[in-house]
Design a binder for this molecule. Structure first.
Ligand SMILES: [Cu+2]
Length: 304
């Protein structure tokens, strides 16, 4: 789990706790309808944020991310609703359940960078619960004075902006550390048969051979594989029974089948794809053109 995801989880826990405490203190000022809306809003947004986060972190294990996402949403929605009464609690629980479930599915399906945009969006909405509470409570000037700080717009927007920017910087750090190793990619050319542990791997295909024959990558870390076909005949690279997430691929790939990674390169052409693999293990890759695998066009992908 990256710093960014930890930060998001800490933040939504904080927001939930704060909202629940606020609800406990100010429940007298809420109509039953307002209480239900606040519980629904909190449960849904916390569930969605947590769901997408867990869906991204635990790629390939939708069951776990759904349970964790729903757990977050249900606890937040149910406890917040409990301050207002049974119906609000029910509303919060169901919203949390639905948010967590939908979030986990989203996190599982969309690429990590898009998921991060959604996480930020729902994080902002989760934040808004606090403001919604102040707006929805029937104003009674005697007790509202404690909430003065919420009404100082400059201070509040600086605070919220600062918190979100800090989260953004965590995400940037991650992106930078990802970009760095790419500069070392040329090394794999000089020393073809050694194991490569970098973010871009160039595999040359000539005389019915892959070179290098072994790739070593990390679990859940995007990797770009470039196939350089220097032969006069077409070749490809296929891995079967592998749980992966496609980030991008150069066009006309026919990678439609589930759990099959496939990359094709025309004679004297180069093609590439970027993906991450969700499970550790050793996978065999091979060429699907008839006769090539049997002639030794096989290799190994190790996922650590
Ligand atoms: Cu081939």
């Amino acid at each position: 789990m990256s710093d960014f995801h930890l930060y998001v989880l800490a933040l939504i826990s904080g927001i939930s706790l704060f909202t629940i405490l606020l609800a406990l203190r100010r429940k007298k000022h809420f109509s039953s309808m307002s209480g239900m809306i606040v519980s629904m809003f909190l449960g849904m947004n916390i569930g969605l944020t947590a769901g997408i986060t867990f869906g991204t972190v635990y790629q390939g294990d939708l069951f776990l991310s759904t349970i964790l996402g729903m757990g977050y949403g249900i606890v937040a929605g149910c406890l917040c609703g409990a301050c207002f009464g049974f119906l609000s609690s029910l509303e919060g629980t169901m919203s949390g359940l639905m948010g967590g479930m939908m979030g986990a599915m989203l996190g599982e399906m969309i690429p990590a960078d898009q998921a991060n945009v959604l996480i930020k969006f729902f994080l902002l909405l989760s934040f808004c619960t606090i403001f919604l509470m102040v707006t929805l409570s029937t104003s009674n000037n005697a007790t509202i004075e404690n909430m003065d700080w919420l009404f100082k717009p400059i201070l509040t927007s600086l605070l919220v902006g600062g918190v979100l920017l800090l989260g953004n910087s965590f995400e940037m750090e991650k992106a930078e550390s990802k970009a760095l190793p790419q500069e070392t990619q040329s090394e794999s050319h000089n020393d073809p048969d050694t194991k490569t542990e970098i973010n871009k791997i160039v595999i040359e295909m000539s005389d019915l051979k892959y070179s290098p024959k072994e790739m070593v990558i990390e679990k859940n870390k995007p990797i770009t594989v470039e196939l350089k076909n220097t032969d006069q005949i077409e070749h490809d690279l296929e891995i079967k029974d592998v749980s992966f997430k496609m980030v991008s691929e150069s066009k006309h790939q026919h990678g439609g089948e589930k759990n099959v990674l496939h990359l094709h390169a025309e004679p004297q052409k180069t093609s590439e794809m970027t993906f991450s693999i969700n499970e550790r293990g050793t996978y065999e890759f091979y060429c699907t053109i008839p006769g090539h695998k049997e002639n030794g066009m096989v290799g190994q992908l190790v996922v650590k």
